[in-house]
Design a protein around this ligand. Structure first.
Ligand SMILES: O=C(O)CCC(=O)C(=O)O
Ligand SMILES: [Fe+2]
Length: 312
């Protein structure tokens, strides 16, 4: 039988601990590096910050206009006054660090490879490896479904938290050639990100330039929209492309909470946004079918946004 061991990615944490040069599967190819300034550019303005308390309590028109403008320019924004306790956010990070510090054998009990080989989204590990020349991300993650409660699969839960993804980026000896997460747009309607307070790494693409998002401060949250919302708004808002670069010296943690729709639900532009002048730009599709296309699209690495390829 052919050797299929390439389908089973290593723990990046383990690779980093052994101070190995990243194996070739992690190195960007020459054509991917062309014009790719991994260092990123400084944002020309601070990340737009929305006061969520103000917006939700009084639907403040100024705050609402700020939100619309942030979504139309960047596709993401930061929220303050969100009501989430700082101590709770800190304990999520502590729990995350504790999980990644567990011995590998312990973490593997929550593996995303059933019987050590069949990939599923939930659990500890990395992306599905579909082809031998697929570039791999310099990160390990733990992905958990949290809602609806009945959908929780406690087999993948560490004995300690819609869907959570804990990302862990160990230091990388070749930050010039290796990405922590390859360029992608998120799939669900919304992503709420708890970012590391000390280590930056997230970059968003706007008009052909990758911009660095500074590390989080003051327990703000970062929110971006995803493909689901882009289709529902008929493209009024677009799900921004983003990636995570690596750091030679420091590890980084992030926690992404994804808010999506039921996999059986049809996703399409909302009727009240359509008119003769504004016809539907996307056809309707079940969320689960769209998700398959999404994974196939981004597994290959760089490329145009999938939303652009789905237009009618
Ligand atoms: O680590 C980050 O800041 C971003 C993570 C991300 O893009 C994701 O989990 O989809
Ligand atoms: Fe993302």
């Amino acid at each position: 039988m052919a050797d299929e061991s390439w389908r089973l990615p290593n723990s990046v944490q383990q690779l980093a601990a052994n101070m190995q040069e990243p194996p070739s599967q992690y190195l960007l190819r020459e054509q991917e590096l062309l014009g790719a300034n991994l260092a990123g550019a400084e944002m020309p303005e601070p990340v737009p910050t929305i006061d969520l308390g103000l917006l939700s309590a009084s639907n403040d028109p100024e705050e609402a206009a700020k939100l619309r403008s942030a979504l139309q320019t960047w596709g993401f924004f930061q929220v303050s006054n969100h009501g989430m306790e700082a101590s709770m956010m800190d304990s999520v990070f502590t729990a995350s660090r504790e999980f990644f510090q567990l011995p590998l054998e312990e973490k593997k009990k929550c593996s995303n490879l059933i019987d050590g080989k069949h990939f599923q989204v939930e659990g500890y590990g990395n992306d599905q490896v579909r082809t031998q020349d697929q570039r791999l991300d310099w990160s390990d993650r733990l992905h958990l479904r949290v809602e609806p409660e009945g959908g929780r699969n406690l087999d993948h839960w560490p004995t300690h938290p819609k869907s959570f993804r804990f990302n862990h980026f160990p230091p990388c000896p070749r930050p010039d050639l290796v990405l922590g997460i390859k360029p992608h747009a998120d799939f669900p309607a919304l992503t709420v990100l708890l970012m590391d307070n000390d280590v930056a790494g997230l970059q968003y693409l706007r008009d052909g330039t990758w911009y660095n998002v500074p590390a989080a401060c003051d327990h703000t949250l970062l929110i971006n929209i995803g493909l689901t919302m882009e289709i529902m708004t008929n493209g009024i808002f677009t799900g921004p492309m983003h990636r995570v670069v690596t750091n030679a010296d420091k590890e980084r943690i992030s926690v992404a909470m994804f808010y999506g729709v039921d996999p059986e639900q049809e996703i399409g532009p909302m009727a009240h946004l359509l008119s003769e002048e504004q016809p539907a730009q996307y056809r309707k599709m079940k969320a689960k079918d769209l998700l398959v296309l999404h994974h196939e699209h981004y597994a290959g690495g760089r490329g145009p946004r999938i939303a652009d390829t789905l237009k009618i």
